[in-house]
Design a binder for this molecule. Sequence first.
Ligand SMILES: Cc1cc2nc3c(=O)[nH]c(=O)nc-3n(C[C@H](O)[C@H](O)[C@H](O)COP(=O)(O)OP(=O)(O)OC[C@H]3O[C@@H](n4cnc5c(N)ncnc54)[C@H](O)[C@@H]3O)c2cc1C
Length: 454
Amino acid sequence: MNLNERIKLINQKQILKEKDFILYWMSHSHRAFFNPSLEFAIELSNEYKKPLVVYYPLTDKYNFSNQRYYSFMIDGILEAKQSIEDRGIKFALEKVEDVKNRLIHHAQNACCIVTDKAYLKYQRNLSNSIAQSIKIAFFEVESDVCIPIEVASDKKIPYAYLLRNRIHQYLEKFITPVELIEPSIKSIHREFEFEKIPFKNTKDILNHLIIDKSVSFATFKGGYTEAKKYLKDFINYKLYKYKEFRSHPELDFQSHLSPYLHFGQISPVEVVLEVLSVYNKNDENVDSFFNELIVWRELARNFCYYNPLYNEYEGIPDWAKQTIEDHLNDKRDYLYSLEEFEKAKTHDKYWNAAQEEMLKTGKMHNYMRMYWCKKIIEWTKHPKIAFDIACYLNDKYELDGRDPNGYAGISWCFGTHDRPWQERKVFGKIRYMSESGLKNKFDIELYVKKVQDL
Ligand SMILES: Cc1cc2nc3c(=O)[nH]c(=O)nc-3n(C[C@H](O)[C@H](O)[C@H](O)COP(=O)(O)OP(=O)(O)OC[C@H]3O[C@@H](n4cnc5c(N)ncnc54)[C@H](O)[C@@H]3O)c2cc1C
């Protein structure tokens, strides 16, 4: 893989050769394979003849820290740790109170820091403020997109088709394997000043974190091996009908890769290459799958990167805000509180089933996510309240929540990346979704039964 366009030095400082080690802060790409950040860090380690330390600062101070997603995430980190150590590289997993302070502290002995590029505000602010507070070079590597975000576009892209048109020209250049580089210095047995976590497995680590235990564990297990199993199963048994059945929640034709992609446990480039090792790129199912995995997923990153209001009602397009606010005084047939939504206590058994699916498994079907969010708009007093409720529930319960896809998906329900439709009550010209639409498109009763049986 040509790494050049994925790497950016973001603080104009030097690599200090007299220091002790190269530090890769594994912030997002929780994996040992197809990880350009890791390979770039190994390259630096070889070039400067300094040992590499892969560093994961584990904190329980993030929003929505709960056992559902922490257990999935730690599964993935422990697997990555093992695979990286198998390559002879030191992996330091530290329990920390404050990620920024700890990184600044370790930077005193490091030649430079390499990390994964982020797209959300709090992650970008964290990276930027660390980069500005240290005296050594700080590199960001784009490891979790097919096409580097600023290469695809230097501004916000309003519609998917515009990115779709552009993306195809870059695919050959950027969809290439990430070669594993042999580390010339084995750092695994060296001692560095990182505090050791004395715990061995996910359960043990979870017990030492102060996290919300009221959210149940998900039905997915984290890690690269699991991600590869889902990918293989998808390619072998589902992809051939993806186009026809991807919007059938009563069936199971999605890949289920979103939690793995969200935590960087698998690379989207690896997913694309695995698909192309079996299927022709002109296959209509492949086209449909890449439209989601590449176009919509990377449009979501573009949206969050260039629109600081991505997770706020105020960030929706002007036309959408205007039209929905023209209807603020329309009578709502139902009004629900956050608690009623959260407990799946609405009058609508289809909506409740979607919410239940998310509560029980940690992953709601894509088609139902659209219906779910549209109905929150319909059944709240103000669209701003609806936006906040949707973000809260999505971030708290979806394993793949707290992701650009989630904010772009919710914002899409409010008109982002969409066009005006026929005017109607409450929604104005924003696209509406109805119960009868569900009944016409698929066997919604079977979906309800499927969720009940979970
Ligand atoms: C209101 C709403 C909220 C959403 N919240 C999230 C979220 O928090 N996290 C999240 O990852 N996705 C979210 N999505 C997008 C989509 O529903 C999920 O990505 C998809 O259901 C994940 O399941 P899968 O991996 O089996 O999908 P597949 O159909 O197998 O798709 C493969 C991959 O393509 C990407 N993808 C698929 N659909 C979309 C989409 N509409 N937008 C962007 N990327 C897409 C995902 O990375 C997905 O893993 C949301 C959509 C809506 C409408």
